[in-house]
Write a protein of this length. Structure first.
Length: 184
């Protein structure tokens, strides 16, 4: 669906990308500066189930988590215009991707594999709440997962921002400039 099919004034700003690329931190800053609500789909799932994603996956598996994620995304229609941070794998589901594309601008926040790995290791929440995808070395896992996901992110993105060396506020400003151009 092209952007002409979306109602610009009612479009959400939807942040996609791998974990630790800044979706939550940039999303919160952007939402505050636009006076919009901030929604994190991972947080919605955790609240609905009452456990961390890591515990959910350990106890019930990836399929259960992905189903809960799909329900959370499907329930976003009643939230009004918002800034939404999705889980890194949410857009791998074609139904999720189509739904999100229909309801907003998808902003791909990207970073190089080395930076992502460093951010993951430095972020206690990542270790405590986010499950690993494999038993491989973390650097190998990140590179492998990025290789699989980047073509999907690239295909869906209305705007791509490399957050590797860019400050949170600068990223939010770039998104605001993109939106201003779309609303003119």
């Amino acid at each position: 669906m092209g952007e002409d099919d979306r109602e610009l004034q009612n479009s959400n700003v939807i942040l996609i990308g791998y974990r630790c690329t800044g979706k939550t931190s940039i999303g919160k800053v952007l939402a505050e500066s636009l006076s919009l609500p901030f929604i994190d789909t991972d947080a919605l799932v955790e609240k609905a189930i009452g456990t961390t994603i890591r515990e959910m996956i350990e106890d019930r598996g990836w399929d259960f988590f992905r189903q809960q994620e799909k329900e959370a995304i499907g329930n976003l229609t009643g939230t009004g215009k918002s800034v939404i941070a999705t889980g890194g794998g949410a857009v791998l589901d074609k139904d999720n991707a189509a739904f999100l594309k229909k309801h907003g601008f998808l902003i791909w926040l990207a970073a190089d594999a080395k930076t992502i790995r460093e951010r993951m290791l430095a972020d206690p929440a990542t270790v405590a709440q986010r499950p690993r995808f494999s038993r491989e070395d973390l650097a190998v896992e990140v590179r492998s997962t990025l290789a699989t996901r980047e073509p999907v992110y690239r295909c869906l993105a209305d705007l791509t921002i490399d957050t590797t060396a860019m400050a949170v506020e600068a990223c939010a400003d770039r998104i605001k400039a993109f939106l201003k151009q779309k609303y003119e």
